[in-house]
Design a binder for this molecule. Structure first.
Ligand code: ZN
Length: 333
């Protein structure tokens, strides 16, 4: 448990570095890129450039905060993919050069895998970790650290995209999730009803919801030009409730099908407070053990990469200097 692992995450628009001792987080530094807000989405070229600017200071801060020297590191874990290729190249190239300079191994980590393994990152206040197998929403059976099976997935948009697209329709800023969550707190979740998809098994969909919101807004705007403004909070609350219902219905189904009662959520959407409440309520109802990450571990962060890296380091699975990043999803179906 004494190995120091440096984690590097650069798959999208957050540059992050973390230092862990075993699974214990000593530092987790995240530099978010504000430059994308004005474009309503992440601009890949700008993201790569910002990573290039941020990566050295972020790693330097992570080491200083952890109070360790770079020559105390045992290994470097980095996100190999999926993500934006130009962004991944910054983290990957840095990891290669740094590992070679320090003459230590490096470990390649899958971003989605890392999100799920964040529940094993510990600190003074968080020492409880899930037992295998557990279920991850959007929907993965986690059998072991690196043995995960996707049993249900979206057939179109991810939940985060559903929030972003809703925000766009309502004229709210990007990213949509935090703004909608905030407005939803003061709105009535039953004010509007949006259609829910009828998809068999454990797959789900959000494209029908988007269309449903679009029609509701369009039809009402004809009658009242101030419709969005006057109903913003109710619209947000109702959309958020529908998205959560879609996710939670499938999670309940998955738990019943697999008999697994430990459930976890991670990734950007896990920052949503409505989702927390829904999961805790269902946990009470169905006697689940629920794991929800702290906010700094919900969004993209390097602690999750480092903790995944630690487990891979223990297995002795090291990456070679000639590997290249990959852009697309890699968790097996
Ligand atoms: Zn992510």
């Amino acid at each position: 448990m004494n190995e120091y692992i440096l984690g590097i995450e650069s798959s999208c628009d957050d540059t992050s570095a973390a230092v862990l001792q075993g699974t214990r987080v000593l530092s987790n530094v995240i530099a978010s890129q504000k430059v994308h807000e004005q474009y309503g989405g992440v601009v890949p070229e700008l993201a790569s450039r910002a990573h290039q600017q941020n990566i050295i200071p972020v790693i330097d801060t992570a080491l200083k905060t952890a109070k360790i020297e770079k020559n105390q590191l045992s290994a470097i874990a980095f996100t190999r993919g999926p993500g934006l290729l130009g962004s991944l190249l910054v983290g990957t190239s840095f990891a290669k050069a740094f590992a070679q300079t320090l003459n230590i191994p490096m470990v390649e980590i899958d971003h989605m895998n890392a999100h799920i393994l964040v529940h094993f990152a510990t600190d003074e206040t968080h020492t409880e970790v899930p037992d295998f197998p557990f279920l991850h929403t959007q929907i993965v059976v986690v059998k072991d650290y690196f043995d995960m099976e996707v049993i249900g997935k979206t057939i179109d948009d991810a939940a985060g995209e559903a929030f972003d697209k809703t925000a766009k329709i309502l004229g709210l800023p990007y990213p949509g999730g935090p703004v909608i969550d905030k407005l939803a707190k003061i709105g009535n979740p039953n004010a509007f009803t949006f259609s829910k998809p009828q998809i068999p098994d454990l797959d789900y969909s959000f494209s029908g919801l988007k269309t449903s919101i679009l029609y509701t807004v369009r039809d009402n705007l004809k009658l009242n030009p101030n419709f969005i403004e006057e109903n913003k909070a109710d619209l947000c609350a109702s959309v958020q409730k529908t998205i959560i219902d879609i996710l939670m219905n499938k999670l309940v189904k998955a738990s019943k099908q697999t008999g697994i009662k430990t459930v976890a959520i991670a990734g950007g959407v896990s920052a949503n407070s409505g989702l927390h409440d829904a999961m805790l309520a269902l946990g009470e109802k169905y006697h689940w053990k629920v794991f929800i990450p702290r906010l700094s571990y919900s969004t993209d962060n390097a602690a999750m990469v480092a903790v995944a890296g630690y487990f891979k380091f223990l297995k002795g699975e090291f990456a070679s200097q000639d590997l290249v990043p990959y852009a697309r999803q890699s968790l097996k179906d």
